[in-house]
Design a protein around this ligand. Structure first.
Ligand SMILES: [Zn+2]
Length: 133
C-alpha cells in the first residue's frame, strides 16, 4: 500500500507572483477541470477560465493555492470580480465610517466668521492709514 505524498501548499511570496504551472495544474485537477460556480467544463475543449482568488486579494485574501479556484471567464469570473469590488467598496465605506473619515468636513462657519472679522480688521487698519496720509 502506498501513502499519498502530501505536497506542501504553494504560497505566493508577494501578491504579484505568477502561479507556477505545476500549481495551476494541481488546482485544475483538484477542481476537476470545472468552474467552481457553474460547474461547466473549463480549459482545453471547454470554457476559457481564470484562476480566481476565493477571497479577493483586495479584500484581504491570500495569494496561495488554497485560496485559488477555477472559474469560467464568463460569466462567473466577471461576476465574481464585480462582487469582490462591491465588497471592497462596502468594507472601505464601513472602515471610513468607523474612523469617522466620511464625516463631512466641519462647515467652516467659524472660520468664515473669523475670515470676515480678519478682513474687517484689515480694512479698518487700511482706512486708518488712509486717514493719516
Ligand atoms: Zn462558471
Amino acid at each position: 500500500m502506498t501513502t499519498a505524498r502530501t505536497v506542501p501548499e504553494w504560497v505566493g511570496k508577494h501578491p504579484d507572483e505568477a502561479v507556477p504551472r505545476r500549481v495551476k495544474d494541481r488546482i485544475f485537477l483538484r477542481d476537476g477541470g470545472r468552474c467552481q460556480a457553474c460547474t461547466r467544463r473549463v480549459g482545453p475543449g471547454g470554457e476559457p477560465y481564470a484562476l480566481d482568488h476565493k477571497i479577493a486579494l483586495v479584500n484581504g485574501g491570500e495569494h496561495r493555492e488554497g485560496n485559488l479556484q477555477l472559474l469560467c471567464q464568463n460569466p462567473c469570473h466577471a461576476a465574481k470580480t464585480a462582487t469582490d469590488v462591491a465588497i471592497k467598496s462596502k468594507t472601505y465605506d464601513m472602515r471610513k465610517k468607523h474612523i469617522g473619515a466620511d464625516k463631512p468636513a466641519r462647515p467652516s462657519r467659524l472660520s468664515k466668521e473669523y475670515r470676515r472679522a480678519a478682513l474687517a480688521r484689515i480694512q479698518a487698519e487700511q482706512a486708518k492709514r488712509e486717514e493719516l496720509t
